[in-house]
Design a protein around this ligand. Structure first.
Ligand code: NAD
Length: 498
């Protein structure tokens, strides 16, 4: 048998093999075959990467803001010029169509562009004469070595929510990407080197639970930025916090779209289909449940079904709308929800298991699927499916819809569709969700705002990028200073009063 290419780690500016003899399979989901193997780091391998990052920290921390801007800006220019290469890597390992891969890179690039404004984000405050001849000022200093652990569904964008800001703020980074699609981070590491980032500032270790635990346990690692499913996010948050680290852990989602009876049906149907089936539903901001307020339900389902029939499914390198799911195991789990739906009394209106595909027979295919009248007691309603299965739940009133959304465990994203400004405003105010769209189905905040949900969609109090990102990756120091005038000598045991 021909041996497969192996993806190693990237530490201190070059590829690093380490001591591990454990490997993970990396698939091409459209072909359904293993194309590469990824080395899964041991605790000692992670320690080696952390030490490389710690070694690079003193010099990077002391690098001037002007020089840091130049490096981040150079990275942005290279990324912009060569993003097609990265998109092809993403499509080959994740399966999403090329245009969607390019879209995720563009959203990540926006964070790089935001990070280019680092001098403005890193200013402190200064008070002259806070007390007589006493000045007080604050400064923001980097944390040191920071860990970033990312999920499979955005192999470029999610790490880019964090590392441009972390690096801009003067930290050094160890990224642990998803072992399902690890190559994007390796490409990014090479790009940083080309951009002039000193060796050891950006490192990549691949792995599974062992490498995550090693980062969480490592005394030199100051913070963890995690994105993934809710059970792992909770675990990472609790373990990291116990170890005294700063942790932001973004978890899973179940996003509802509330459709009021006055909404534009055509716009709603387009939006539900785009947000439900884009990236094969493997987005944390995908719409998973459409909540139709009476009497719009039947008309809306008909419109959605009509739009769904136009979606083409196939190999993301061809001109299709939707690619395969990431692994066979995940595809089978998602397809299983269609059986659960039928058993629980819902109506499977469109069953994606019989979809015709422009791709190889062994790919991990599941076509767009629609399930109507989903009981809220069903697992189909309660669990995050993370695939192309869109549920419809019917409610009698706005209030019933709002209460349904607010009673959910997750609070990542939601949207309301209506032509009534007052109703939209009320929803925006009353809904208990972190990111809200008004006639916008996937309300992902722009880079200079912060990304993050409520409830079980985010553990910790800091969201990704924006001003909160810079706050997360720095610590403040407040300095009280007096340059002595000898005439102010003498004993005074109290606080200064004037
Ligand atoms: P996942 O939780 O399986 O994996 C995420 C990371 O955790 C990976 O790097 C993985 O190697 C690691 N990991 C897996 N099992 C672990 C364990 N037992 N102990 C320690 N670490 C472990 O998630 P996924 O399947 O890669 O990604 C999909 C999930 O991510 C979905 O739930 C989705 O909603 C969520 N997500 C959330 C956001 C957000 O912003 N809230 C964004 C993207 C994805």
């Amino acid at each position: 048998m021909m041996s497969l290419p192996v993806i190693d780690h990237f530490v201190g500016g070059s590829q690093f093999v380490g001591e591990s003899t454990r490997f993970g399979d990396v698939y091409d989901p459209a072909l359904g075959t293993v194309q590469k193997q990824v080395r899964l780091a041991t605790t000692a391998d992670v320690d080696y990467a952390v030490k490389a990052a710690a070694g690079a920290f003193p010099a990077w921390r002391d690098t001037s803001l002007a020089k840091r801007v130049q490096v981040v800006f150079a990275f942005r220019e290279l990324l912009n010029a060569r993003k097609q290469e990265l998109a092809e890597i993403i499509t080959a390992e994740h399966g999403k169509v090329l245009s969607d891969a390019l879209g995720e890179i563009t959203r990540g690039q926006e964070v790089v562009e935001f990070a280019c404004g680092l001098p403005a984000q890193l200013t402190g405050d200064f008070s002259l004469n806070a007390s007589t001849e006493v000045d007080v000022y604050s400064m923001k200093q980097p944390l040191g070595v920071v860990g970033i652990i990312s999920p499979f569904n955005f192999p470029a964008m999610v790490p880019m929510w964090f590392f441009p800001v972390a690096i801009a703020a003067g930290n050094t980074v160890v990224v642990k990407p998803s072992e399902k699609d690890p190559s994007a981070s390796m490409w990014v590491a090479e790009l940083w080197r080309e951009a002039g980032l000193p060796d050891g500032v950006f490192n990549v270790v691949h792995g599974d639970k062992e490498s995550v635990d090693a980062l969480l346990d490592h005394p030199v690692v100051q913070s963890i930025s995690f994105v993934g499913s809710t059970p792992i996010a909770r675990y990472v948050y609790e373990k990291g916090a116990q170890a005294g680290k700063r942790v932001q852990a973004l978890g899973g989602a179940k996003n509802h779209m509330l459709v009021l009876p006055d909404a534009d049906i055509d716009l709603v149907a387009d939006s539900a289909v785009n947000a439900g089936f884009g990236s094969a539903g493997e987005r944390c901001m995908a719409i998973s449940v459409v909540v139709a307020v009476d009497p719009i339900g039947d008309e809306l389902v008909d419109a959605i079904v009509k739009k769904m029939s136009a979606i083409t499914v196939g190999d993301g390198r061809r001109s299709c709308d939707m690619g395969p799911l990431v692994t066979r195991e995940h595809r089978d789990k998602v397809a299983g929800y269609l059986d659960i739906a039928a058993a629980d009394g819902a109506t499977v209106v469109v069953d994606g298991r019989g979809v015709s595909v422009d791709g190889e027979a062994d790919g991990f295919w599941l076509g767009p699927s629609l399930v109507d009248d989903v009981p809220t007691s069903s697992k189909v309603y309660q669990e995050e499916i993370f695939g192309p299965v869109l549920s419809i739940v019917r409610v009698k009133t706005y209030q019933e819809g709002l209460e349904l959304i607010n009673s959910g465990a997750f609070g990542n994203g939601t949207a309301v569709f209506t032509n009534d400004g007052g109703a939209a405003r009320k929803f925006v105010d009353e809904v208990e969700v972190g990111m809200v769209g008004v006639n916008v189905p996937i309300p992902v905040p722009v880079a200079y705002f912060s990304f993050g949900g409520w409830k079980h969609s985010l553990f910790g109090d800091s969201r990704a990028h924006g001003a909160e990102g810079f706050r997360f990756f720095t610590r403040q120091k407040v300095v009280t200073s007096r340059w002595l005038d000898p005439s102010h000598g003498g004993l005074n045991l109290g606080f200064p009063q004037n």
